[in-house]
Design a protein around this ligand. Structure first.
Ligand SMILES: NC(=O)c1ccc[n+]([C@@H]2O[C@H](COP(=O)([O-])OP(=O)(O)OC[C@H]3O[C@@H](n4cnc5c(N)ncnc54)[C@H](OP(=O)(O)O)[C@@H]3O)[C@@H](O)[C@H]2O)c1
Length: 659
């Protein structure tokens, strides 16, 4: 089959049963974990389902000495381990005949000569027609060298510029991570492109092989009713969560050098973000889809170093319990440094500066040892403009949840009237489950992506500019967190919880939409309690982010009620007073001991009752006769102690204007 004429997988129904060209698949790292757990079971399934061509051979390439027979026995064990029921013996026998092994160190040139001889033999014996798919399933440090040697040994057919290539064709699948920062990703891309053309390179992110991830595109662009409201006019915010209940398992060696931002944010979460936020592509083809995804990444606002603390919360799991079982903290895991600062959790707020999304926060949250395994994208819509049925209904915005794992499902939350004589409103969910609706067994992500690559369709693989833009976006966050002199200790969260408290505040109490909301409470006591709770959350967030919290206090009677709350338990103990700095938003022109002084009110009701150090209390020198110069002195003080925003103005974490 000619690769150019192959229909796109997203446009065509799978029943069309496309079967790829004859080819040889070479797996670099054939004895590794990925090969055993994912690649071989996926290839065996494709073979069993008749989705591999008859003329197909699979060559394992690794350094352990093994005969073809020993290799087949090892793969048989891997396939058995990955199959829940009994392995189809006849199908396995057919697959086993395709398996071959070449032993060499990837750095040893003679290994590539042996590989070429094996491939030429298999072209004759299996009719693999000179088509090659190389799968780099080994340590990323080796990718550059393997690719160079493939080129040098004449193992790559490079198509003419502008041509799709083949037959015979050569393709390469590159596993993540693609680099560990922008510069190393660019280096790797340059190395790949010195041997292959971009159309031959398939950078795999297995998230894109999941049905529900692909369904984000179908949901958005095959239905007419969602796109009109998929924008800043109707969407309040978007939350993307990738939660794992497992810890670092056996991957500490890798994880200690990677951390959660490289492991999940730069790859999987960027894919979810771009699919959620992209414009409609002009066609469902690889370049049209990927060009729209890249535009989202370009429009995503880079977080300045000075702003990272306000938009990002890091955490690391401590000891705790998952499903009732005690589990150790990250630092007690094998091969983790005792004082490790590697983050296992991150929550962040991103903005996409384009017309569709201006001002809409996207909250990304991912972590290990969270209470359950779940991947979900939730779109929260704006509230009804008028609370016709009272506050209870106004408090429940519509929520569209796209569940990606463990259940693949879509649900929409709306408000309904509960049965009865009173107008009592309740949120209800309208749901759709993929398994129940279609009743068919889904393809695994690796089955799907291997098949697409064999068919030459790169729609679900990441393009060079996509990877590099994603690195460009996360790099300021990494470079803020990973300097040689750490800015702060890492917040520890108990395993089995949803991460540091500050992460919850990032969404709940701290987003601009929430803070611009009018909250009506029945009396001053409840208003003070609610404001105290918000202040404590805001404080925890700021301290977790940049090590301290700057608050501007107010005077008058209503703040006095709040101050009394803050000075009493439980809020008094929850607020990290030693890291708080207080200023005043306004002051009366009187000495500090005057009963009308805003400073005196705060001092008596709050500051003298909590352990805030004196040097962190910055009162206005309002008793001075020359108010202008007093204001200048205070302005200089603010500039000295407060972080500056992008426009240079000093920024408070919280300004109290009364209640
Ligand atoms: N495992 C996963 O679930 C997973 C998921 C996503 C991405 N990935 C990525 O996939 C890649 C492979 O991961 P993995 O977990 O499978 O790694 P792994 O278990 O360490 O396997 C590495 C493989 O490479 C071979 N190898 C290493 N150095 C070699 C050399 N100098 N010459 C010849 N062979 C050499 C090893 O052969 P020997 O047996 O001779 O050592 C082994 O077959 C990595 O880039 C990883 O980041 C893995």
């Amino acid at each position: 089959m000619d690769a150019v004429s192959i229909p796109s997988p997203l446009r065509e129904a799978r029943q069309l049963r496309r079967v790829p060209d004859a080819c040889a698949v070479v797996i670099f790292g054939a004895t590794g974990d990925l090969t055993n757990r994912k690649l071989m079971p996926a290839l065996n399934t494709l073979s069993r389902l008749g989705m591999l061509p008859e003329e197909c051979a699979v060559i394992g390439f690794a350094r352990r000495p093994m005969t073809d027979e020993q290799f087949r026995a090892e793969v048989a064990q891997a396939v058995r381990g990955a199959t829940s029921g009994a392995v189809d013996a006849a199908a396995w026998d057919r697959f086993a005949e395709r398996l071959h092994y070449v032993q060499a160190d990837f750095r040893e040139p003679s290994g590539y000569d042996r590989l070429r001889q094996t491939l030429e033999r298999l072209d004759r014996e299996h009719g693999t027609a000179g088509n090659r798919l190389y799968y780099l399933a080994t340590a990323p440090e080796l990718y550059g060298e393997i690719v160079q040697r493939l080129g040098a040994h004449g193992l790559v057919t490079r198509p003419a510029p502008g041509s799709e290539g083949g037959p015979p064709w050569t393709r390469v699948i590159v596993e993540k991570p693609i680099g560990r920062d922008l510069a190393s990703a660019q280096d790797l891309n340059r190395a790949l492109l010195s041997v292959f053309r971009e159309s031959q390179i398939f950078r795999i992110d297995h998230y894109l092989g999941k049905e529900t991830v692909q369904n984000i595109l179908v949901f958005r662009f095959a239905n007419g009713i969602f796109e009109p409201i998929w924008n800043q006019h109707y969407v309040d915010h978007v939350q993307i969560t990738v939660a794992e209940s497992i810890g670092v398992e056996g991957r500490a060696g890798y994880y200690e050098t990677a951390g959660v931002v490289r492991d999940i944010i730069q790859s999987h979460m960027m894919q979810l973000l771009t699919l959620m936020a992209m414009e409609s592509p002009v066609a469902i083809d690889p370049d049209a889809v990927r060009s729209e995804k890249v535009k989202v990444l370009r429009a995503a606002r880079r977080i300045a170093r000075t702003e990272v603390a306000r938009h990002v919360v890091f955490g690391q799991y401590g000891p705790g319990a998952i499903d009732g079982q005690r589990v150790p903290g990250y630092r007690a895991e094998p091969r983790v440094a005792p004082g490790s600062r590697t983050p296992t959790f991150v929550a962040m707020r991103l903005y996409i500066d384009n017309w569709r999304w201006a001002g809409v926060p996207f909250y990304l949250r991912t972590g290990k040892r969270l209470p359950k395994r779940v991947t979900e994208v939730a779109v929260q819509f704006k509230r009804a403009p008028l609370p016709l049925f009272g506050d209870s209904a106004a408090g429940e915005p519509n929520l569209l949840a796209l569940n990606i794992q463990p259940d693949e499902a879509i649900s929409l939350r709306f408000v309904a009237k509960a049965p009865g004589t009173t107008m009592t409103l309740r949120p209800v969910d309208m749901g759709f489950r993929f398994g129940a609706a279609f009743g068919t067994e889904e393809m695994s992500a690796y089955e799907r992506l291997l098949l697409d690559c064999l068919l030459g369709d790169s729609t679900l693989f990441t393009r060079r500019d996509e990877v590099e833009e994603a690195w460009d976006l996360v790099e300021p966050i990494l470079s803020w967190w990973e300097p040689s002199t750490p800015p702060q200790p890492i917040p520890i969260y108990a395993a089995g919880t949803w991460g540091p408290e500050a992460a919850g505040s990032l969404v709940a109490g701290d987003n601009p939409v929430e803070s611009s909301r009018l909250v009506v409470l029945p009396d001053l006591a409840q208003a003070a309690a609610s404001a105290g709770e918000r202040l404590a959350r805001r404080c925890a967030l700021a301290v977790a982010g940049r090590g301290e919290c700057a608050i501007a206090l107010a005077g008058g009677d209503t703040p006095r009620a709040l101050y009394a709350r803050l000075a009493s338990e439980p809020l008094r103990s929850r607020i990290p007073w030693r890291q708080v700095r207080v200023f005043w938003g306004d002051e009366r022109g009187v000495p500090p001991q005057d009963p009308r002084s805003n400073f005196r009110i705060a001092q008596e009701a709050l500051l003298s009752r909590v352990p805030i150090p004196d040097h962190r209390i910055h009162r206005m020198p309002a008793e001075r006769a020359d108010a202008e110069s007093a204001a200048e002195v205070y302005a200089a003080l603010l500039r000295e102690h407060l972080p500056a925003a992008a426009d240079g103005w000093p920024q408070f974490d919280l300004v109290l204007l009364g209640l």
